[in-house]
Design a binder for this molecule. Structure first.
Ligand SMILES: Nc1ncnc2c1ncn2[C@@H]1O[C@H](COP(=O)(O)OP(=O)(O)OP(=O)(O)O)[C@@H](O)[C@H]1O
Length: 779
């Protein structure tokens, strides 16, 4: 949240001054408050603007309330051309999880980046969007290291370069053997390289003085042949060094990447609320690539430089201690400069990586919601916004390029100046016969080697720092402990007693005095003393006004969040004592917005039960009233459904999702009915599928006809039987669902159950909450 959010927040109302069209819009003729669940209303208003632009009175007025005073914020503003459209984009596209779209209207700070100073969303409070009309100062890219969350900041700020290296080394334990082999080969190859200046010197002496002898009493042919053999051994060792060190690095990175992903996927929902998908993907791909570079080639080259530097310095000392002293003048400034440069690189790498994370999340989010982007005509704005993020990476790259250029340029100059110095002093020593011309040649060649090694070491240092910068972005998702422990061994498991289970799950559910608020919204108490008793095998509907926590009940049941107080029991076991995987494998959910994977219908179905046979698939498809349309596709079960199921209709997606849920043969089936309007044909088909489930007249399905689609022969599988006693919990919006339920629990304004009973009992209460709700059609 931006810092200036506390002042000037305004509660928004939409006021559409066109009485004739208000009815058509389904909006109240009075100004209507824009609650989080009224975002569709705002979408309607946007549509209204689009369609009625020529009409004089069709301007949309957005009013704010401040200290009970109504103040115009965007009076007569054309919101279709306003950046506010992007708020809608954000809000609607943010409904990424399987629950209601309206719940995910938390508007992130990033929305601010799309705004032009007219208004901005600053807070999502108690179900209302609050806007501020304060002038927005353009968001500046901070020079501080950016962390995705305070939690990450707390964890990672303490991580020094040294401890990051220690962690990486500890992580590399499995690669130690490979590394040892590589280091052995490195010593061989470096030793061979270091003999070159020595023999060069000897050759110089041989050609410059007729008295000079061939070393080791060898003939000329033997001398050259021996040298060729030594160089070949060096080359072989060099090949082995590069290969083994790369192998070690690649295997380390592959493990790191896999473990980071494995830990991410086990995180609790709070983690996914504070970390955006694109950024996480960027960590898994771009950051691991940077770390990979720094621990493979870089380590290999760094080790080589270290060995060569020490060997070179020793040879220099051996040839001429006097000349070697001059080296002492040059080395300290180069090393000091290198350390400064390394620190700079570490910082800038972290910033660059997180800026790349920003680009990835920007692209990922917008591409995933491409229909919304294009429907609101925001392609150009999105391109500009992407360019802005991309320019930031460019700016950081430029800064690094400047400092790198300065570093390597000045290092080169220092190296060349020192060679001049050696030539001057060394030449004088040759003339005074202190050393031979061959020794001076060897010395200068060793100087070049040591210089090269020093440059190599500074690259090693800066690349290592780059790796540290990137690895610190990996350690957070790697080490974070999920708030809801995911331990495959922990807790009570359902299943046969002989396999350590407590028996099959029956689906007897109790909510006892449950209080809950979302961790990210401590001010918004969703439940306060909620009690519900759902006997096994019943069909229960949960009803209530929008935003009162109906979908939250299903999330708590799946233990996506911890309760503040109270407990939920399943067959008498506290949910917190149950093994999470075992419990969740007994629950199946049909989300309000079904999420299908970009693969075939078959694979989507098998996701919930990989061992199911084709017969099972046909069986559940028929139950979900989907067999007809699936059989009509030329590729049947092997039809590709596109990203998120984009090539299926809304109703078809929902029916595939119902079939998928059934295939897991759950003890508890959760159906979050879609509030979004399907066309009447799809609506009917989905309703029929749900009716089949709820009526529990399973035989009826055998004679099922797919009402609006072609008839198909339905094969039922002997081995696969839908549990006759499955507990069904429906977040109900449809009248027929409410009518068919055994019990309706009505969630009231105070975060508790205000009424329960079957449809007719509830309607017979003279001034009942449910009755009023039905009359106002707010269910
Ligand atoms: N992930 C979340 N983080 C913070 N608050 C949330 C989150 N999801 C929902 N909320 C808030 O919790 C409250 C209950 O939301 P929930 O989605 O359960 O309501 P609902 O009754 O299912 O609404 P609808 O019928 O509109 O789908 C709302 O005030 C909502 O703003």
């Amino acid at each position: 949240m931006p810092e200036d959010q506390d002042s000037g927040n305004h509660h928004i109302e939409i006021n559409i001054n066109d009485n004739t069209n208000i009815q058509a819009l389904g909006l109240n003729s009075k100004s209507r408050s824009l609650s989080k669940t009224s975002l569709p209303d705002l979408a309607v208003a946007v549509e209204f603007q689009k369609n009625h632009k020529s009409s004089e009175n069709s301007k949309t007025h957005i009013f704010g309330k401040e200290n009970s005073q109504t103040v115009p914020l965007l009076a007569g503003f054309d919101i279709t051309s306003n950046e506010y459209g992007s708020v809608l984009n954000e809000s609607t596209s943010s409904s990424r999880n399987f629950s209601s779209s309206s719940k995910d209207t938390t508007v992130s700070d990033d929305v601010l980046e799309f705004e032009d100073g007219i208004s901005k969303v600053v807070e999502n409070q108690g179900g209302s969007l609050a806007l501020s009309n304060q002038k927005q100062s353009k968001k500046k890219f901070s020079s501080e290291i950016k962390y995705a969350s305070d939690e990450e900041k707390l964890q990672m700020e303490k991580l020094s370069s040294f401890s990051a290296w220690k962690k990486l080394l500890k992580f590399a334990k499995k690669e130690y053997k490979l590394l040892i082999v590589a280091i052995g080969l490195l010593f061989i190859s470096s030793s061979v390289s270091m003999t070159v200046p020595f023999f060069m010197g000897r050759l110089m002496d041989m050609v410059s003085s007729p008295d000079a002898s061939i070393p080791f009493g060898l003939s000329l042919n033997q001398f050259f042949g021996g040298l060729a053999l030594v160089f070949s051994i060096g080359a072989l060792a060099n090949f082995g060094r590069v290969y083994y060190i790369r192998k070690a690095g690649e295997s380390l990175i592959s493990r790191l990447r896999t473990q980071v992903y494995t830990n991410i996927i086990k995180q609790d929902m709070t983690f996914f609320e504070i970390n955006r998908t694109g950024d996480l993907v960027s960590r898994l791909t771009v950051d691991t690539a940077v770390v990979s570079r720094s621990v493979t080639n870089n380590v290999s080259d760094g080790l080589r430089s270290t060995v060569m530097m020490f060997a070179g310095l020793s040879m220099m000392l051996y040839i001429s201690p006097k000349l070697s002293l001059i080296m002492l003048l040059v080395v300290p400034p180069i090393v000091g400069y290198g350390i400064f440069y390394g620190r700079f690189v570490r910082k800038i790498t972290h910033k660059t990586q997180s800026a790349i994370g920003d680009i990835t999340k920007e692209a990922e989010e917008k591409l995933a919601s491409i229909r919304i982007v294009q429907a609101f005509g925001r392609e150009e704005e999105e391109a500009v916004s992407f360019k802005k993020a991309s320019d930031h990476v460019y700016e950081l790259g430029l800064r690094e390029a400047f400092v790198s250029g300065l570093f390597f340029g000045s290092n080169g100059l220092l190296g060349n100046l020192s060679i001049l110095l050696f030539l001057g002093v060394g030449g004088k020593m040759v003339m005074e016969k202190e050393i031979t011309i061959g020794e001076l040649t060897s010395f200068i060649l060793y100087t070049a080697y040591v210089g090269g090694s020093l440059a190599g070491l500074s690259t090693f240092f800066s690349e290592s720092m780059r790796g540290i910068g990137a690895s610190s972005r990996l350690f957070y998702p790697l080490e974070r402990q999920p708030k809801i422990p995911y331990d495959s061994e922990f807790g009570i498991k359902f299943g046969p007693k002989e396999r350590g289970g407590v028996g099959e799950c029956m689906g007897n559910i109790k909510f006892e005095n449950v209080s809950f608020n979302y961790p990210s919204r401590p001010d918004n108490q969703v439940f306060e003393g909620l009690n519900m008793d759902i006997p096994a095998g019943t069909h229960v509907a949960i009803a209530g006004p929008s935003g009162k926590g109906k979908s939250t009940i299903t999330l708590l049941l799946l233990r996506f969040y911890e309760l503040n107080s109270g407990k939920i029991t399943i067959d008498g076991h506290n949910l917190t004592d149950l093994n999470l995987k075992s419990w969740r494998s007994n629950v199946a959910i049909v989300p309000q917005e079904p999420m299908l994977f970009a693969t075939t219908i078959r694979k989507n179905l098998l996701y919930s039960n990989p061992n199911a046979t084709d017969e099972d698939l046909h069986y559940v498809l028929s139950k979900a009233n989907a067999l007809g349309f699936v059989s009509n596709f030329p590729n049947g079960l092997d039809t590709f459904v596109g990203e998120r199921g984009v090539s299926l209709s809304g109703g078809q997606k929902q029916r595939i999702a119902i079939a998928r849920a059934l295939l897991s043969n759950p003890a508890v089936l959760i159906l979050d009915e879609a509030t979004s309007a399907l066309d009447s044909q799809s609506e009917q088909s989905v309703q029929l599928a749900l009716d089949h489930l709820m009526s529990r007249n399973y035989e009826e399905i055998e004679n099922n006809t797919d009402t609006n689609e072609s008839q198909s022969t339905i094969k039922t599988n002997e081995n696969f039987k839908f549990r006759p006693n499955c507990t069904i919990i429906t977040i109900a919006h449809r009248l027929s669902t409410l009518e068919k339920s055994d019990v309706i629990f009505v969630v009231g304004d105070e975060g508790n159950i205000v009424e329960s009973g079957n449809y007719h009992t509830l309607l017979s209460k003279p001034d009942g909450y449910f009755k009023n709700l039905m009359n106002s059609r707010e269910v």
